[in-house]
Design a protein around this ligand. Structure first.
Ligand code: PLP
Ligand code: SF4
Length: 353
C-alpha cells in the first residue's frame, strides 16, 4: 500500500494513533502548559487519530483532545460518574435508566479520547473489547418494556463489521426492540471507517446513528463524505453537541456547526450542558449561558438547525430539556430543576467569581 492508501485505511489510522507526548510533538507544537500536563500522571486516557490530529490547527478542537493540568483539579460538585450510571447498571454492559430504553456499552475503546468525556472513568481503560454480551441480550429479551437500544461505549464503530453485524442481528431477533441507535464519533475522528460494507450492515438492521460533533472545524471533506455516504445508504443521523467553554459557546460557532450538519443530512438533536465529570470545570459554562445561547438561535435560524438544550440530571434523572430560566431555581452553588418524573435534581453551577 502507498502512504496515501494506508491513510485511508481505518485500521492503519488506529494502529498509528498518537498516544504519547513525543508522537504528538511530531505533528503539532505544544504550549508549555500542554507539555506540563504530560509530566505527571495523565488521569484520562489520551489518543488522537492521525486524521483528527490533522485538524488540530483549530484551537477549538485542540482544547478538546490535548490534556491540560486543569483535568487534575476536582471542581465543585464533580464526580467520576456524574450520571449515576453505576447505580443503574442492569448487567456489566447495560445501563437501564429510563423505562423503555437502554444504553448498551459494547466496548470501552475510542480511536480518539475527548477530555470532557462523561465516561472518562472507563473509556480506554480495561479490556478494549467486551466479551460475554450474552447476559445483556438475555436481559433485553426478558424486559419486554425495552423498545429502544442505544449502543455506546467507548465507540461501537471501532468494532469490526462482523462483530457489529452479530450484535445487531441478535438485537433485531428480539421482537419488542423497535429502535436501534449507535452513538459514535467515528465519522468525525475516523471517517475512513465508513465503508460501503459498513453502511450495508446498518441498512440491513435499520440502524440510526447518533453522532457526536462539537465544532464546524470537524466538518472536513472526509467527514462530509462519510456522512454523505451514510445518507446515500438511507441511514438516519442526528448529532449531539456538548456545550464547551472556549470551544463552541458562542452563537456564530453554533450556527456554523448546525447548518453544516444539516448540509450533510445530520439533524442537530441535543445541545448538552457539560456533565460535571471529574476534571471538567474549565469546560463548563453557566447554565444561564446555555439558555441564552439556545434562545439566540430560536426563530433566528432554520428550526431544523436548532437542537434541544438539555441537562443530563446528575445522579441519573435522565436528560431534561431546559427551555428558560423560569424552569430552574438557584440554591447556593446549585441549579435545581425537575425531571420527567417530577423528581428534583441538582446541577452544580457555582456563580462566576
Ligand atoms: C442519553 C441516554 C439515553 C437516550 O436518551 P434519548 O433522550 O432518548 O436520546 C438512554 N439511556 C441513557 C442512560 C442515556 O444517558
Ligand atoms: S468519543 Fe464519546 S465515548 Fe469516546 S471519549 Fe469522546 S465522548 Fe467519550
Amino acid at each position: 500500500m502507498s502512504e496515501t492508501d494506508s491513510c485511508n485505511d481505518w485500521k492503519w489510522q488506529i494502529a498509528n494513533r498518537i498516544s504519547t507526548r513525543e508522537q504528538l510533538e511530531e505533528v503539532i507544537e505544544l504550549t508549555a502548559e500542554e507539555r506540563a500536563a504530560f509530566e505527571g500522571d495523565v488521569p484520562l486516557s489520551f489518543a488522537v487519530t492521525p486524521h483528527y490530529a490533522g485538524l488540530l490547527q483549530s484551537d477549538a478542537l485542540r482544547r478538546t483532545v490535548i490534556p491540560t493540568n486543569h483535568e487534575n483539579a476536582l471542581g465543585t460538585g464533580e464526580l467520576a460518574d456524574p450520571l449515576g450510571e453505576e447505580g443503574h447498571r442492569a448487567t456489566p454492559h447495560l445501563i437501564h435508566t429510563y423505562p423503555d430504553k437502554v444504553l448498551f456499552l459494547v466496548t470501552t475503546f475510542c480511536s480518539t479520547y475527548c477530555r470532557y468525556c462523561t465516561r472518562s472513568r472507563i473509556v480506554g481503560k480495561g479490556p478494549a473489547d467486551f466479551h460475554a454480551l450474552e447476559e445483556s441480550f438475555l436481559y433485553i429479551e426478558k424486559h419486554s418494556e425495552i423498545r429502544d437500544v442505544l449502543l455506546s461505549g467507548g465507540d461501537p464503530l471501532t468494532l469490526t463489521d462482523s462483530v457489529l453485524d452479530d450484535i445487531l442481528s441478535r438485537l433485531r431477533s428480539i421482537p419488542h426492540v423497535r429502535m436501534i441507535r449507535i452513538g459514535s464519533k467515528v465519522p468525525v475522528v475516523l471517517p475512513m471507517r465508513i465503508t460501503d460494507e459498513l453502511c450495508s450492515v446498518f441498512r440491513k438492521h435499520r440502524v440510526w446513528l447518533s453522532l457526536h460533533f462539537i465544532h464546524a472545524d470537524e466538518l472536513s471533506p472526509e467527514t462530509q463524505g462519510a456522512c454523505q455516504k451514510l445518507s446515500n445508504h438511507g441511514i438516519g443521523m442526528v448529532s449531539q453537541t456538548v456545550l464547551l467553554k472556549g470551544v463552541n459557546d458562542d452563537t456564530e460557532a453554533l450556527i456554523d456547526l448546525f447548518y453544516g450538519l444539516l448540509e450533510i443530512n445530520v439533524k442537530p438533536y441535543y445541545l448538552l450542558q457539560c456533565d460535571p465529570v471529574r476534571g471538567s470545570a474549565h469546560f463548563r459554562t453557566p447554565v444561564a449561558k446555555g439558555i441564552e445561547l439556545i434562545q439566540s438561535l430560536h426563530g433566528r435560524i432554520s428550526g431544523l438547525a436548532v437542537p434541544q438544550y438539555v441537562i443530563d440530571a446528575p445522579g441519573g434523572g435522565g436528560k431534561v430539556p431546559i427551555l428558560g430560566v423560569e424552569q430552574i431555581r438557584r440554591e447556593g452553588d446549585d441549579i435545581v430543576f425537575t425531571n420527567y418524573e417530577g423528581i428534583e435534581y441538582r446541577y452544580p453551577d457555582p456563580e462566576e467569581k
